[in-house]
Design a protein around this ligand. Structure first.
Ligand code: FMN
Length: 357
C-alpha cells in the first residue's frame, strides 16, 4: 500500500531541500541494521539494498534513509558549481500505463498528473540541480557520519558543459567533481552519465569513446576509490561495446536511470514547462523490465568477458519480490527510488521476506 511520500511533489526541489524529508521519513522510528555479511566493492555491508541517486536531496534525507534500513543510500547528483533546478513541477504520477513502458510505447505521449496509485510509476524532471560544492561537501560529510556499521553512503556527480569550455576542460570538470566527493569521504563514487532531463539530444553514456575518456581520467585521479557509472537502457550491441571498452576501467555499472518519453497533461498539452522538457524520464513499476534486463545482460557479459565489475540494479522495485527478481538476474546491490519514496518501510519488508538477501 502506498503511504504519503517522503519527498513532497507539491513542493519545489528547494522547499523539499529546506523542509524535508516528510511523512514516514520523519516518524522517528530507527530500525536496527543487522551484521555486515555482504561485500560491495570492498566494503562490508549488512544488506544489498539502497536508494539510488535522486530522492535523497541532502544529509537529512540520507539520515532518514539509513534509519529506515536502506543500507546503501546514494546522495542526489551534485555538480562542480551551483546549478538551478528545473521549474516546478518535478514529479508527477502516471496513471495510464499498468504494464511495461516498452521503448516502442515510450515514443507516444504519456499522460501524467498529480495522482499516485499502484502499480506505481512516475516521471521526474529536475535537471540535476546542485548547490555550491562548499554546501554539498559539508552536507556529504554529515551524511557519511550518520552511517552505522554495515551501512555505506554513496554520492553521484555529473559534469557540466559550460559556455566556451574545451573538451579537455569538460573532462576535467568530471575529474574535479569526483575528487571533491572523495575529499568529503565518499568511498564509492557514482558518475551520472544518463540524465535524460537536460534536453541533450543523446545521453552521454551512449558515446562510448567519451565515456572511456572520462572514466579513465577519473580513475587516474581517484586511484583505489571505487567508481560506478550510472547508465541508461542499452541495446545488446551497444552494451557489449560499452562493457568491452570500460568494464575493466570502472568498478561497477548502475542501471537503469529512467526511460525518457513525451509527457502530456490529460488534455494533451505539454505537461512540464520549458522547451527542453517535452520528454521526461519515467521511473517506477513501468520500467522494471528494462532494469532487470540490463542487470541480466551485464551479468552475462561479466562472466563471458571474465570481468569483475559490480552490478547495481534499479528501476521499478516497489514490492519485495521485485528485489528478488533483481538479485536472481545478478544484481550485487538493488536500489529503489520511486518505491522507497511512497513506502519508507519497503526496506524492512524486503529484509523480512528475504533475510539472506
Ligand atoms: C525524484 C527522483 C530524482 C532522481 N534524480 C536522479 C539524480 O539526481 N541522479 C540520477 O542518477 N538518477 C536520478 N533519478 C533516477 C533514479 O536514480 C533511478 O535510476 C530511477 O528512478 C529508476 O528507479 P526507480 O524505478 O526505483 O525510481 C531520480 C529518480 C527520482 C524518482
Amino acid at each position: 500500500m502506498l503511504s504519503a511520500p517522503f519527498f513532497d511533489p507539491l513542493k519545489t526541489y528547494y522547499q523539499n531541500w529546506e523542509e524535508g524529508p516528510f511523512n514516514g521519513f520523519k516518524d522517528g522510528v530507527v530500525l536496527d541494521e543487522g551484521p555486515a555479511q555482504f561485500d560491495f566493492l570492498g566494503t562490508r555491508i549488512s544488506y544489498p539494498l539502497g536508494i539510488p541517486a535522486g530522492p535523497l536531496l541532502n544529509g537529512k534525507f540520507v539520515k532518514a534513509a539509513l534509519d529506515k534500513g536502506w543500507t546503501v543510500p546514494v546522495h542526489k547528483t551534485v555538480r562542480s558549481h551551483a546549478h538551478p533546478s528545473n521549474e516546478w513541477p518535478n514529479v508527477l504520477g502516471i496513471t495510464g500505463i499498468d504494464g511495461d513502458l516498452t521503448l516502442e510505447r515510450a515514443k507516444d505521449p504519456i499522460v501524467v498528473k498529480p495522482e499516485y496509485k499502484e502499480p506505481l510509476s512516475i516521471t521526474n524532471s529536475f535537471g540535476n540541480p546542485s548547490y555550491e560544492p562548499e554546501v554539498w561537501m559539508n552536507d556529504l560529510k554529515d551524511s557519511i557520519s550518520y552511517a552505522k556499521p554495515g551501512q555505506l553512503v554513496m554520492c553521484s556527480f555529473e559534469g557540466t558543459k559550460r559556455e566556451g569550455m574545451s573538451p579537455e576542460e569538460y573532462v576535467q570538470d568530471w575529474v574535479n567533481g569526483m575528487q571533491m566527493m572523495k575529499d568529503a569521504g565518499v568511498k564509492v563514487l557514482e558518475a551520472n552519465l544518463s540524465c535524460p532531463n537536460e534536453g541533450a539530444a543523446s545521453l552521454l553514456c551512449f558515446d562510448v569513446p567519451k565515456v572511456k575518456l572520462i572514466a579513465t581520467a577519473i580513475k587516474e585521479r581517484i586511484g583505489d576509490t571505487k567508481l560506478v557509472i550510472k547508465i541508461a537502457y542499452f541495446s545488446d550491441a551497444e552494451l557489449r561495446e560499452l562493457v568491452s571498452e570500460v568494464g575493466n576501467i570502472v568498478d561497477g555499472f548502475a542501471a537503469i536511470n529512467t526511460i525518457p518519453a513525451p509527457v502530456v497533461n490529460p488534455d494533451g498539452t505539454q505537461a512540464l514547462p520549458g522547451a527542453h522538457r517535452v520528454k521526461s524520464g519515467i521511473c517506477g513499476h513501468a520500467v522494471k523490465w528494462a532494469g532487470v534486463d540490463m542487470v541480466r545482460r551485464l551479468a552475462e557479459l561479466r562472466s563471458e568477458l571474465g570481468m569483475r565489475y559490480a552490478i547495481v540494479g534499479s528501476g521499478g522495485v516497489t514490492v519485495p519480490d521485485d528485489f528478488r527478481e533483481y538479485r536472481d538476474a545478478g544484481a550485487d546491490l538493488v536500489m529503489s527510488a520511486t518505491g522507497a519514496m511512497w513506502n519508507p518501510y519497503l526496506a524492512k519488508e524486503i529484509k523480512e521476506k528475504y533475510p539472506n538477501g
